[in-house]
Design a protein around this ligand. Structure first.
Ligand code: NAD
Length: 468
């Protein structure tokens, strides 16, 4: 393998994972960010985010990793430049592309290698490849006073990592998608990814290669198709989650059990078992933003996307259902004390973007509830990011439970299953738990005296499946 000079712009969840993985497989990587705090942490060998395995991989790859805020240092010699900056939603649901624009212009100003492939790894709307190309070209020509033709190509390489298992996903991806209309760019990216495609790199001890992993398929596409693949994948997963939640709501009414239903349909190989866990619905930085962007792109072309739109509505309605469950059990919410377990949108990450827990907290506060919150990792970030949110933060679940009227499990952090539920039951006013992920051990909770309210659990509790 030939080690290539790679630059990654943006060291968020995607950028740092990409940079560290490419350095680990042998490339020389420079990561650029505008956030001095992140850079200081990275330079001292620390990961700026909570992501299992990231720091370990960074350590293994440290000799091939550099961090800087200077485009002038990172861009000129790079053979490949990844743009991995954030693309958050604006209030209308359109992606806010100002960070991508700044990155593209910074690249254009400093480009000087004979031929550089600029890769959009950020999730960007259809047509962004062309747009980035025009921004880079304009910035290059304004700075260098000559035509940029032949000096660079823009490709799309959407990212599919899951926070919480980002390193695993980066080393052992299901597929790598490359969108470009230029064969030279495809060749460069093929060589870059070769160790991953062929799985020829040495597996890190802490993240072994799965036994079934052979080679990774490379999907080549035109730019627009690659961009749409990313949106279509996230929209599909969002629809799948909302679908099972919709069925869960009916299961609750007719006296059925959604976990049995999910198993019953999930074993059908056409459907598959994943993304069929009923609960409070999705959150995080991607599904909400990307489904909104897809609907908004369709609107620009005179189309509606009723399925994706409905998945969004079902999802956000699901959060209100947690409040309704509490209302049903407690009758009056005003003046109650309710503890939320878990603030991050899923376990094993510290990401609080579009956090269902923070949304549920706000809804409960509106009802006059005193809300207490706990999270094993993200308490401090939550406090910093939500300075005006009137919740009480607890380091200890036992203290949070004291005299509480109910608990709501919002994030399925493994530690919550193993809590001292017997002790907790004794501390609470009334041992009631709304299990927003159907995650807790119902039998154990029942033994401890808990009333356990799940999602889509209308079935007669006597009817227990073989596994239970
Ligand atoms: P993030 O917000 O965690 O990180 C973005 C980083 O870019 C920040 O560190 C920021 O300081 C930096 N940045 C902003 N402007 C910059 C500039 N001009 N130059 C250099 N650095 C700059 O974002 P993220 O979650 O890593 O997402 C990045 C992109 O990847 C988004 O488009 C997102 O939709 C997509 N994506 C995210 C995930 C995920 O799970 N987070 C998965 C797949 C795709």
């Amino acid at each position: 393998m030939r080690a290539m000079k790679v630059t990654v712009i943006g060291t968020g969840y995607v950028g740092i994972t990409t940079g560290v993985t490419l350095a680990y497989i042998g490339h020389e990587v420079t990561c650029v960010d505008i956030d001095p705090q992140k850079l200081a942490l990275l330079r001292s060998g620390k990961a700026p985010i909570y992501e299992p395995g990231l720091e370990e991989l960074m350590h293994l790859a440290r000799e091939r990793l550099k961090f800087t805020d200077a485009y002038a240092e990172a861009v000129p010699n790079a053979e490949v430049i990844f743009v991995a900056v954030g693309t958050p939603s604006d209030p209308e649901g359109n992606p806010d592309l100002r960070y991508v624009q700044a990155a593209a212009e910074g690249i254009g100003q400093h480009l000087s290698h004979n031929f550089t492939v600029i890769v959009n790894k950020s999730t960007v709307p259809i047509g962004s490849g062309n747009w980035v190309e025009s921004l880079v070209r304009a910035a290059y020509e304004a700075t260098h006073g000559k035509k940029a033709r032949g000096h660079f190509a823009v490709a799309s390489n959407p990212e599919f990592l899951r926070e919480g298992s980002a390193i695993y996903d980066a080393l052992y991806p299901d597929r790598i998608v490359v969108g470009t209309e230029q064969p030279e760019a495809l060749e460069v990216l093929y060589n870059l990814y070769r160790p991953l495609l062929e799985q020829s790199f040495a597996e890190p001890a802490f993240q072994p290669r799965p036994a079934t992993m052979k080679a990774v398929p490379l999907i080549t596409a035109d730019l627009a198709s690659a961009e749409l693949i990313k949106y279509a994948a996230n929209a599909f997963l969002s629809v799948k989650i909302s679908f099972i939640n919709e069925i869960a709501n009916l299961a609750e009414r007719v006296g059925a059990d959604i976990t049995q239903i999910a198993r019953g349909i999930g074993l059908d190989s056409r459907i598959g078992p994943r993304f069929l866990q009923a609960g409070v619905g999705w959150g995080g930085s991607c599904f909400g933003k990307d489904t909104a962007a897809l609907v908004s792109t369709a609107r620009e072309y005179g189309l509606t996307m009723p399925i994706v739109q409905a998945a969004r509505e079902v999802n956000y309605r699901q959060r209100e259902r947690m409040v309704e469950k509490l209302q049903r059990e407690l009758k009056i919410l005003k003046g109650r004390t309710i503890g939320l377990l878990g603030l991050t949108f899923k376990p094993n990450t510290d990401d609080l973007r579009d956090s269902p827990a923070l949304d549920i907290a706000q809804r409960l506060i509106k009802h006059g509830v005193r809300v207490r919150v706990h999270d094993p990792i993200a308490l401090q970030q939550a406090r910093q990011q939500n300075p005006t949110l009137a919740v009480e933060y607890y380091e200890s679940v036992m203290e949070l439970a004291e005299d509480a009227d109910a608990l709501v499990l919002v994030t399925d952090w493994a530690v919550y299953r193993e809590l001292d539920w017997e002790g907790i039951a004794k501390l609470m006013k009334k041992p009631l738990v709304v299990d927003g992920r159907n995650f807790l051990d119902k039998k154990r909770l029942a033994k401890a005296g808990f009333q356990h309210v799940g999602v889509g659990m209308g079935a007669n509790p006597q009817l227990i499946t073989a596994e239970e």
